[in-house]
Design a protein around this ligand. Structure first.
Ligand code: C2O
Ligand code: CU
Length: 504
């Protein structure tokens, strides 16, 4: 089953998907001048994908089984009964937890009225289990089932969510924790913190929000100054905080009027695993009366940095350790550049709980900067010149509501080709007036810091601010077809997505 395409013809997404999903050995024309003709796309069912998995899999590795049922549910939001979609009747969904090197076997039972998939955000897994609809698998139909099975290679804080339509802006998300068999410890207890912006059932539906954004056109059409459209602005995000003011912000599924409590004892070291599962909101997180020692970014260790507050973009995770004081403290996640916040309560003593609108001074204290993070030597990429560089230009949102990568929406994106074994540099260049948390599936790259240092943090999602440009490097060691997109769900759905495409 081979079909040649003229080398000069840009490949449409549809042609490309057909190639990637149907066969591993389809002959395609090259699409960049650096390519010779007849590169073969390494599709999700290619032998190389199975070989990469075989290298990860230990004989006799334990298999952990979980069933995730995606279905409509009712949840209680501070006394309001809200209908939404969730996994296993809970928002967030269940914590899926296993050790690095083990195999996750997760059965998805789709009881939604729409097709869906599950994407395992941040995990360097086998390509055919990545949950990218029409790219690595056909979406699972209503009433249908699909079993995901893959080795989890790296310890860390990850999460899972659907990758179809606007489903992520409902309650479909959950933590995926991968424990380190050689965990160095340094903490006494831990707490997962999942942040979300919430509209389902209490505000416009995600579809209405999307339609509203489309009708508004771009930022030029919103009557505001460039970069100042939407709810508000944030110096940290370099402009607009977003285009949607959500009616609520949740911490572990609870609004500030009914915050979850995290218990501990004075002097204990608490590890927070913070996950931003929001569709359109970055959060600024701080704990009143405490400093945070940041230990991991997007699951992987960094040289510890002590700060008062940190900004977490959509899709990003940070782990931080805190030495608990004596008392009752607000754990606040402010919707950065918007109105409102999410709240938790950290309690080591009796006493009244903090007000829903508590704003601890730490929020305005020392803020974590991306440029000060350094990958732990255990996970740093070896210094090496890139074999290949791709520019990833982020733009759009001005005259109309389309968002693009390299001037194209995902419909007709030209894949970024790589070959297995290459050191690949992606130069992320934001030429728009909004920040974009850029996420790459199946890999974690290393940020080349603004100072040009090669030892920035390993991450899989990174905020690129308006008019900012920097490089991230990765080792192309996980063959397949991988989405690269903005983790602002509305930008992604409006086109800001492309493919990192392995070829041979
Ligand atoms: Cu959490 Cu394609 O993303
Ligand atoms: Cu974006």
């Amino acid at each position: 089953m081979e079909r040649a395409i003229a080398p000069t013809a840009p490949r449409s997404r549809r042609q490309f998907l057909a190639a990637a999903t149907m066969t591993a050995g389809l002959v395609l024309g090259a699409c960049t001048s650096r390519q010779t003709t007849h590169d073969r796309v390494v599709g999700p069912s290619a032998g190389a994908v199975g070989q990469a998995e075989a290298r990860r899999r230990r004989p006799g590795a334990p298999v952990r089984e979980v069933t995730l049922t995606a279905a409509p549910v009712t949840v209680d939001l501070a006394g309001r009964t809200v209908t939404t979609w969730a996994y296993n009747d809970a928002v967030p969904g269940p914590i899926v937890r296993l050790r690095a090197g083990e195999v996750l076997r997760a059965r998805l039972d789709n009881r939604l009225p729409e097709p869906t998939t599950i994407h395992w955000h941040g995990v360097a897994l086998r390509n055919d289990m990545d949950g990218a609809p029409d790219m690595t698998q056909p979406p699972v139909r209503p009433g249908g089932r699909f079993t995901y099975e893959f080795t989890v290679p790296d310890p860390g804080t990850y999460w899972f969510h659907p990758h179809v339509g606007l489903q992520l802006d409902r309650g479909l998300y959950g933590p995926l924790l991968i424990d380190d068999p050689a965990e160095p410890g340094g903490y006494d207890r831990e707490q997962v913190i999942v942040l979300d912006d919430w509209t389902d059932g209490i505000g416009p539906s995600p579809q209405q929000l999307q339609a509203r954004l489309a009708a508004q056109g771009g930022m030029m059409g919103q009557g505001g100054m460039m970069g100042q459209a939407g709810p508000g602005t944030s110096p940290v995000l370099g402009g607009s905080g977003g285009q949607i003011d959500y009616p609520a912000y949740l911490l572990n599924g609870r609004p500030p009027a009914d915050p979850p409590t995290i218990q501990g004892r004075p002097g204990q070291r608490l590890r927070l695993r913070v996950i931003n599962a929001a569709a359109e909101t970055a959060f600024r997180l701080a704990l009143g009366g405490h400093r945070l020692t940041v230990t991991h970014s997007d699951g992987l260790p960094v040289a510890p940095v002590m700060v008062d507050a940190l900004v977490v973009g959509m899709g990003e995770r940070y782990d931080a350790v805190i030495t608990l004081g004596d008392g009752v403290f607000p754990l606040v996640a402010v919707a950065e550049g918007k109105q409102g916040q999410a709240l938790g309560v950290v309690r080591t003593a009796g006493g009244a709980r903090p007000a829903a609108a508590a704003r601890p001074g730490e929020l305005d204290g020392r803020l974590l900067g991306l440029g000060e993070l350094r990958a732990d030597p255990r996970v740093a990429l070896p210094a090496r010149r890139p074999d290949r560089t791709h520019r990833v230009v982020l733009s759009g949102g001005m005259m109309d509501a389309r968002w693009t990568i390299n001037g194209r929406t995902f419909d007709d994106a030209i894949p970024l080709q790589v070959r297995e074994g290459e050191r690949v540099r992606l130069v992320l260049a934001n030429q728009s007036m909004m920040f974009h948390p850029v996420h790459l599936h199946g890999h974690s790259f290393q940020v080349q810091t603004r100072a040009g240092s090669e030892v920035g943090p390993r991450k899989d999602t990174v905020i690129v601010r308006p008019m900012e440009q920097f490089a991230v490097d990765l080792l192309a060691s996980n063959p397949g077809q991988w989405m690269l997109h903005c983790h602002n769900l509305y930008h992604q759905q409006a086109g800001m997505m492309t493919t990192l495409s392995y070829v041979v």
